[in-house]
Design a protein around this ligand. Structure first.
Ligand code: ATP
Length: 667
């Protein structure tokens, strides 16, 4: 799909979209999160682009939502759905649901919705869902302790391009390679020519390294999984708990993820931790061991009476021997025992059994007091421990990276499927909370056949779903809807618009039953506040002229108290004229009006008047039957009150007033 073929996508947006991973797929699947990853495209705009792309795919042009009030109702429906999702991505995806005129689109959403409603969602799924997000790109890693080395210019260029995370060095010969090995923990030589050289340090000759990025920069894979670790774990939980078909072995991925932190660093493992402890505790352990050995020796000396016979002393003196010789001769055993105690202290404390011979080499041969171990041997041992730790770390990093690498392809499907559960669950929750059913949508050619609502509960009323009275209403052709004040006329228009929009979005409706054709446009005009000035009045008339000219066959027209735009006499004539024009075009239209009688008198054709009636007064409050009664002009609130007073008293005044009402209604 060429992005510029999508309405609303110009060259600038198309260029921005080219920046994302697989823009074709993102547009085809309406993947808002992926589209929003393009530079300077906000999630709201991404949702609009995704929606336009879907519309283009279904060959739809134009918007079913033909007026501001229709758009507002759609937005309110989206709010109801979005408030039941827990992820941003889920909420954004819900915004791509729009009322469509394409059967293919409506059916594909319905299929998904039916599956979503049938599924069971564990009660406490929100916390798992909330931790899922679309694949996050990891920050570029920079690896400083490793480098690549080559003497070949082409290989150098290829390596720099493939591995921006790591330094690539040029080396002419073994000596330069050896120099590098001093500065880096690990050097990976790319040229076969360096094979077989004996160079100190961790130098590996890997002519195939360019094709093995996991070996060269395992940190790259790890950073990706680190950035998505918590989301993936949550997605795994969602898959398990909802019973989704997983795109990979979830246990294996879970176990591999357990080995990394969120920054992509690998958890060390027992061997590295042991080396780490040995390096950190090295100086202290050596000091303590020397002290132990010295204390041992001191105790041995203090406990001893050294007896030297006079002849011996003379012979020693003749040979020029010092006290140390005496010490060695007399206390050799005690010294050996003391040194051995020191050795054990180091080996045990640092857990260095495998390197015990190295510790042995640091022990003094000659008796000294206090006892000191050989510093240079210890320095070598410390360096060796560090090198061993670094080597082991790299091995482990590679091991874990190799374990995770095969799951790279599963990241998007796993996260996307879990996010889809958020969308599905939001729809299912809406359906359950409003006790929805799937509407019956009539096939092509049924435009103008009217809309049938049984037990419809307007979800936009502020009342809790249980507090909304169900409404039955079947509308076909042009109707005038009369009714008592606050009887629910506006709410009935909202209900008609809501179920029509929901049905064409492919969603379930809050009603026991709804039958509707696919309407080409929903033209809902909300109530005007107060009389319009001449200019505004003129533009409203023009709007209706356009509506009458452009509204396709079978459009839905809902108008709330148009009479308030001008004085009653004139507005009754205007509404009558509009109704006549609409009746010619097979529209389904409902005009809410307090002037139904006057309008009917002005029309040259028969227009049905329906009424929302009050069935009585309860403690001064009207008791209303919310379902419009077909073909009945509802009595007004003042009429009801006059009737009540006439019933309750025997004053002629109220009878006179009542007589006026009855005369006007022709009864
Ligand atoms: N089906 C219903 N179930 C419960 N309450 C309703 C229902 N319909 C309307 N109401 C209540 O009545 C109030 C008034 O409804 P609405 O504005 O639709 O009446 P109206 O007939 O258009 O009023 P007006 O005469 O002022 O134009 C609503 O805010 C709501 O509280």
């Amino acid at each position: 799909m060429d992005p510029e073929s999508i309405p609303g996508v110009g060259p600038k947006t198309a260029a921005a979209l080219a920046d994302i991973d697989d823009p074709e797929r993102a547009l085809r699947e309406g993947d808002v999160a992926a589209i929003a990853a393009a530079p300077e495209i906000t999630p709201a705009r991404a949702a609009r682009i995704a929606r336009s792309a879907i519309q283009a795919r279904h060959d739809e042009s134009g918007d079913v939502l033909a007026t501001d009030r229709a758009t507002e109702i759609h937005r309110s429906i989206l709010d109801l759905l979005q408030s039941r999702a827990v992820t941003d991505a889920g909420r954004q995806h819900l915004r791509t649901l729009y009322p469509s005129t394409a059967r293919s689109r409506i059916d594909s959403v319905r299929e998904r919705v039916e599956r979503a409603i049938d599924r069971e969602y564990p009660d406490d799924l929100s916390s798992d869902l909330a931790a899922v997000h679309p694949r996050a790109e990891a920050a570029t890693v920079r690896v400083r302790e490793r480098c690549l080395a080559t003497g070949d210019a082409e290989r150098y260029a290829a390596a720099t391009e493939r591995f921006p995370e790591i330094s690539v060095e040029t080396v002419a010969d073994a000596r330069e390679l050896a120099d590098l090995a001093e500065g880096y923990a690990t050097v990976i030589a790319l040229d076969r020519a360096f094979g077989g050289l004996d160079i100190e340090g961790d130098v590996r000759v890997r002519p195939d390294a360019l094709d093995d990025p996991v070996a060269v920069v395992p940190e790259r894979v790890l950073a990706t999984f680190g950035a998505n670790r918590d989301a993936l774990r949550a997605a795994i939980a969602v898959h398990r708990r909802v019973g989704l078909d997983p795109p990979c072995d979830l246990d294996a991925l879970d176990a591999a993820l357990d080995q990394i932190d969120a920054d992509g660093s690998v958890r060390p493992g027992a061997e590295i931790e042991r080396l780490e402890r040995a390096i950190e505790g090295f100086d202290d352990a050596v000091g303590a061991a020397e002290q132990t050995a010295t204390d041992h020796l001191r105790a041995a000396i203090e406990d001893r009476d050294v007896t030297i016979e006079g002849a011996d002393l003379l012979s020693l003196a003749e040979r020029g021997a010092g006290v140390d010789t005496v010490l060695e001769r007399e206390l050799g055993d005690a010294f050996d025992a003391a040194v051995s105690a020191g050795r054990s202290a180091i080996v045990d404390r640092l857990d260095l059994e495998s390197r015990a011979d190295r510790v042995d080499r640091a022990l003094p041969d000659e008796p000294t007091y206090p006892i000191a171990f050989e510093e240079s041997v210890l320095a070598d041992l410390r360096a060796e421990l560090r090198a061993a730790r670094d080597r082991r770390r790299l091995e482990r990093t590679r091991e874990v990276a190799r374990e995770l690498a095969p799951f790279r392809e599963a990241i998007d499907p796993l996260l996307d499927a879990a996010l889809a559960v958020d969308v599905d669950r939001a729809i299912a929750r809406f359906a359950a909370e409003y006790d929805c059913t799937m509407p019956e949508i009539e096939g092509a050619g049924t435009e103008g056949s009217g809309i049938d609502i049984v037990g419809g509960r307007n979800p936009l009323l502020p009342e809790a779903p249980g507090g909304v009275d169900p409404v039955d209403y079947t509308v076909a052709g042009v109707r005038l809807l009369s009714g008592v004040n606050s009887g629910g006329k506006t709410s009935t228009l909202d209900l008609i618009a809501t179920v029509t929009i929901l049905a064409q979005m492919g969603l379930p409706v809050p009603a026991d039953r709804v039958r509707t054709p696919i309407v080409p446009s929903i033209n809902y005009y909300g109530k005007h506040r107060g009389t319009l000035d001449a200019g505004a009045f003129e533009s409203t008339l023009r709007e209706f002229e356009t509506l009458i000219d452009d509204a396709g066959q079978g459009a839905l027209v809902l108008v709330d108290e148009l009479e308030s735009i001008t004085e009653p006499g004139a507005s009754a004539r205007i509404v009558a004229g509009i109704c006549e024009a609409l009746a010619d075009r097979e529209t389904t239209a409902v005009f809410v009006s307090h002037l139904a009688r006057e309008i009917r008198e002005e029309t040259t054709i028969e227009i049905q008047v329906d009424g929302i009636q009050a069935v009585g007064l309860d403690d001064g409050d009207l008791v209303v039957e919310r379902s419009p009664v077909e073909g009945v002009l509802a009595r007004s609130t003042p009429e009801l009150i006059v009737e009540k007073l006439a019933d309750e008293t025997d004053r002629a005044f109220y009878d006179r007033l009542l007589g006026k009402f009855e005369a006007a209604s022709g009864d």
